[in-house]
Ligand binder design. Structure first.
Ligand code: B12
Ligand code: SF4
Length: 645
C-alpha cells in the first residue's frame, strides 16, 4: 500500500487498507476502516471510524469523512468490475456521520453533506445537502451558464458513419434504429433533428457516390458511403449538436473521422457519441479529444437533456447516461416501460434510396418492396458470452416488452410510409410465446412480409409434449401466416460443451432435435438458413467438426445454407473480458481488424489461421454449389455495380 509517512493510521491492525490504495500526506485514519484497491486519497484527509471506501472512490485534499460513512461502487450487485462506477469527493468537502454515497456521483468542492444523508446524485460545489435522497438545502447552484448559449433552437444532426469493410464483405445499407429513436425523442421537445445515414448519403447524393462507391483505404479495408468532402459540406450547415452512432467496433475509426470533420467545421459544436461500441470503448473515444460526451446507455432521455442544456446555455456536467471529457460518469435512468419510448422518426429515412438497394441485411438483390427496421422489445433472457447482453444484466440487457397496441401503432405508421417488409431487430423476439402469438395473430391480416435475422432463439420454437420437447408446428405455421418467410436459425454449434460455455446453454442438442425442427419449418414454408460459430478460444478441431457435421445434416433436410462465423471478442462482451484476461486479445487491439471474417484471437487451441481455413472449407463443403456461387456473384455484382458507376 502507498501511504505517506506523515499519515497517521490509528489502529492499523483494525483497519483494512488494500495494498494498491494510495493515501496522501498528513491524513488520519481511525479504526475499523476499509479502504479498497485503487482508492485514491489526497492530503490532509480525515477519515473517522467504521468507514467503508471501496475500489473506485477518489477523495481529494482536505476532505472530512465522518464516522460510518459508506461508499458503494456497484449499482447492480453483484456485477463484474467493468460495470462499477467511480465516485469523486472534491477538495474540502465534508461528509457527516453515516452518510451513504451511491456510486457514480461527484460531491463538489467545499460542500457539506448532513449526517445520515443518502447521496444519489451529483452535489454541486459550495452547498449544504441533507436528507434521503440528499437535496441541496443551501448554497449556490453549480449550473454555470456557458458561452454556448444560442439565440435560436439548437440544430441537431444524428449521423450513422460511413462503413469500412473487408474487400470480401458485402456492403449493406444501415437504416439504423438508434438515430431514429433519438430524433423521435427530440421531436417530443419540439426539435426536428436531421438524420444522416452516411452509407447512403443525403437527399442530394447519388448512390453511386455513396453506397456504391468503393474507396480502398490504406488499412486494406474498403470504405463505402459519403466522402469526407461531402460530409464536410453536410456538416457545414452549422449544427450545434452532432450525435454519432457507433454500434460496430470495426467502424470505430469511421466514427472518429466524422467527429473530426464535425469539429473542424464547427469547433463550438457539442459532439456526442453513443451506441454499444462507443460506450464500451469510452477511453479510446475520449482520448481523441473530439467528443464532449459519450452516451452510456439507451439515450432517449439523455439526448433531450443534452439538447435542453445547449438550448438554455448551461454546461454539460452530470447529464444522466453520459461520461464527460473528464471521465466523469453519470448513471443513466433505465427505461423499463417501452411504451413510453418516443416513436422512431422513420419519416426521416430516405426510403427512396433504400428502395434501390434490396435487403438491408445481406445480398438479397431481389426487391420485395420497401423495408424498415422495427423493434417490439429490448434486451434478452439469455447471456451469451460473445454478446454485449452478457455484461448488461440488471440494465439494458434485461428483456423489456412493448405492448401489442404500441407495436400495432408502429406498424400503422410504417404502412403509411409505404413499408411492405418489416425487419424485426429484437434481441429475442420470440421470448414470450403468448405475447408473440397475440401479436402475430393481429399482424396476420396486414399483408406485410416479415424477416428476422437476429433475435430468434430455437428453444422458443419447441414445446413440451409429455416429457419431451418437440418442434411447435402450429407456432411455425402462425409465424409463416403472419409473414415470416425466412428466419435465420442460430444453432451456433454442434458441440454441447461450446453451447454451454459460450451460448447460455440455450440449445440442448439431445433434447431439441434441430433436424426435425428444420424439416417442420421447411414443410410449413419457412426458409431457415443457419448460423454456426467456430473458433472459440478453447474449441478443438473435433468440436468444430461436430458443427460441420450438424450443418451438413441441416442442409440435407432443407436448410438453404449455413453460415460459419468466427467469434469476435467485441468490447462489452464477457468474451472480450475473457480474451483480454487470458491473452487472446491485446488491450490496444486495432478495431479495424475486428471483423467476423477474420480470426482475431491469439493463442487459441486451434490457431487463428487454421480456424479461417476450416471456416472457408466448411462453408464450401457444407453449402450447395449454387448457393456458394450465388453469394460470390451477388457480392461481385455489388462491387461491379460500384465500379461501373
Ligand atoms: C439490429 C442489429 C443489426 C442489424 C442492423 C444493424 C444496424 N445498422 O442497425 C443487422 C442485422 C444488419 C446487424 C448486422 C450485424 N451486427 Co448487429 N445488431 C443489431 C442489434 C440487435 C440491435 C441494434 C439496434 O438497432 N438497436 C436498437 C436501437 C434503438 O438501439 P441502439 O442502436 O443501441 O441506440 C440506442 C443507444 O445505443 C444510444 N445511442 C446509439 N447511438 C447514439 C448516438 C448518440 C449521439 C447518443 C446520444 C446515443 C446513441 O441511444 C439509442 C436509443 O436508445 C444489436 C444489439 C443491440 N441490442 O443493440 C446488434 C449488434 C449491434 N450487432 C452486432 C454485430 C456483431 C453484427 C454483425 C457483425 C453480425 C454479423 N456477424 O454479420 C453485423 C455487422 C453489420 C455491419 N453493419 O457491419 C454487435 C456489434 C458488436 C460490436 N461491438 O461491433 C451487436 C452489439 C450485438 C452483439 N453481438 O453484441 N445487426
Ligand atoms: S441469445 Fe442472442 S441477444 Fe440473447 S444473449 Fe445470446 S446472442 Fe445475445
Amino acid at each position: 500500500m502507498s501511504v505517506a509517512k506523515s499519515t497517521k493510521i490509528w489502529h492499523p491492525e483494525l483497519s483494512n487498507i488494500h495494498e494498491n490504495a494510495q493515501v496522501g500526506e498528513h491524513c488520519t485514519i481511525h479504526s475499523h476502516c476499509w479502504i479498497g484497491e485503487g482508492v485514491k486519497i489526497g492530503n490532509n484527509v480525515k477519515i473517522q471510524a467504521f468507514s467503508f471506501i471501496p475500489d473506485g472512490v477518489t477523495i481529494e485534499d482536505d476532505v472530512f469523512i465522518g464516522p460510518r460513512v459508506t461508499f458503494t461502487n456497484d449499482k447492480n450487485p453483484p456485477s463484474s468490475k467493468e460495470n462499477w462506477l467511480p465516485t469523486l469527493v472534491k477538495k474540502g468537502a465534508s461528509l457527516g456521520a453515516s452518510v451513504t454515497v451511491v456510486c457514480g456521483v461527484t460531491i463538489g468542492e467545499n460542500s457539506k453533506i448532513g449526517a445520515g444523508a443518502v447521496v444519489t446524485k451529483d452535489i454541486p460545489d459550495n452547498v449544504v445537502a441533507c436528507g434521503v435522497p440528499a437535496k441541496v438545502m443551501a448554497g449556490k447552484s453549480v449550473e454555470k451558464k456557458t458561452d454556448r448559449r444560442i439565440k435560436r433552437e439548437p440544430r441537431v444532426a444524428f449521423i450513422y458513419p460511413p462503413n469500412q469493410l473487408m474487400p470480401i464483405e458485402t456492403p449493406r445499407p444501415d437504416g439504423s434504429l438508434g438515430p431514429l429513436y433519438l430524433a423521435g425523442a427530440l421531436r417530443e421537445i419540439g426539435i426536428e433533428a436531421d438524420v444522416l445515414d452516411a452509407t447512403i448519403g443525403a437527399k442530394e447524393d447519388d448512390l453511386k457516390d455513396t453506397f456504391y462507391r468503393n474507396e480502398k483505404l490504406p488499412n486494406g479495408l474498403v470504405r463505402i458511403g459519403m466522402t469526407n468532402e461531402r460530409l464536410r459540406e453536410f456538416l457545414g450547415k452549422g449544427y450545434d449538436i452532432v450525435g454519432i452512432s457507433s454500434n460496430f467496433t470495426p467502424q470505430t475509426n469511421m466514427a472518429f473521422e466524422v467527429a473530426r470533420i464535425a469539429k473542424e467545421t464547427n469547433p463550438e459544436a457539442v459532439i456526442v457519441a453513443g451506441g454499444i461500441n462507443a460506450k464500451n470503448l469510452v477511453n479510446r473515444f475520449l482520448a481523441t479529444q473530439l467528443f464532449d460526451l459519450i452516451a452510456t446507455s439507451e439515450s432517449e432521455e439523455t439526448i433531450k437533456e443534452i439538447t435542453t442544456r445547449v438550448r438554455e446555455g448551461h454546461d454539460l456536467i452530470g447529464i444522466s447516461g453520459t461520461i464527460d471529457r473528464n471521465h466523469k460518469a453519470t448513471p443513466a435512468k433505465l427505461t423499463t416501460d417501452l411504451d413510453k419510448l418516443p416513436m422512431p422518426a422513420w419519416d426521416k429515412l430516405l426510403f427512396e434510396k433504400y428502395d434501390q438497394i434490396a435487403s438491408p441485411h445481406g445480398v438479397d438483390l431481389i426487391s420485395e418492396g420497401r423495408y424498415a427496421p422495427i423493434m417490439t422489445s429490448r434486451g434478452c433472457p439469455f447471456r451469451c458470452e460473445y454478446c454485449h447482453i452478457s455484461t448488461e444484466k440488471g440494465d439494458i440487457g434485461e428483456l423489456r416488452l412493448k405492448s401489442i397496441p404500441r407495436v400495432l401503432e408502429e406498424i400503422q405508421i410504417l404502412k403509411s410510409l409505404g413499408v411492405k417488409k418489416l425487419f424485426i431487430e429484437d434481441d429475442s423476439l420470440l421470448a414470450k410465446k403468448d405475447r408473440i402469438k397475440e401479436l402475430f395473430n393481429a399482424i396476420k391480416g396486414e399483408g406485410l412480409s416479415i424477416a428476422d435475422v437476429n433475435g430468434v432463439n430455437l428453444v422458443h420454437l419447441f414445446h413440451k409434449v409429455g416429457n419431451d420437447l418437440k418442434p411447435d408446428t402450429d407456432y411455425l405455421k402462425l409465424l409463416y401466416d403472419s409473414g415470416f418467410k425466412q428466419i435465420v436459425f442460430p444453432v451456433e454449434s454442434g458441440s454441447q460443451r461450446i453451447l454451454n460455455k459460450y451460448a447460455s446453454a440455450k440449445l440442448k442438442l439431445d433434447k431439441m432435435n434441430v433436424i426435425e425442427l428444420t424439416k417442420q419449418a421447411v414443410e410449413v414454408g419457412i426458409q431457415c438458413p443457419f448460423n454456426m460459430m467456430i473458433g472459440f478460444p478453447d474449441e478443438t478441431e473435433e468440436e468444430m467438426m461436430k458443427s460441420v457435421d450438424l450443418a451438413k445434416q441441416l442442409i440435407d433436410v432443407g436448410a438453404p445454407y449455413v453460415t460459419f462465423f468466427i467469434p469476435i471478442p467485441f468490447p462489452g462482451s464477457q468474451l472480450y473480458n475473457y480474451a483480454i484476461r487470458n491473452g487472446h486479445l491485446k488491450p490496444d487491439f486495432d478495431p479495424d481488424t475486428m471483423n467476423w471474417k477474420n480470426g482475431v484471437m491469439e493463442n487459441t487451441t486451434v490457431p487463428k489461421e487454421r480456424i479461417v481455413e476450416i471456416r472457408d472449407w466448411a462453408w464450401e463443403t457444407v453449402n450447395k454449389k449454387d448457393h456458394v456461387l450465388k453469394r460470390i456473384q451477388d457480392s461481385m455484382r455489388i462491387r461491379v455495380l460500384s465500379l461501373n458507376n
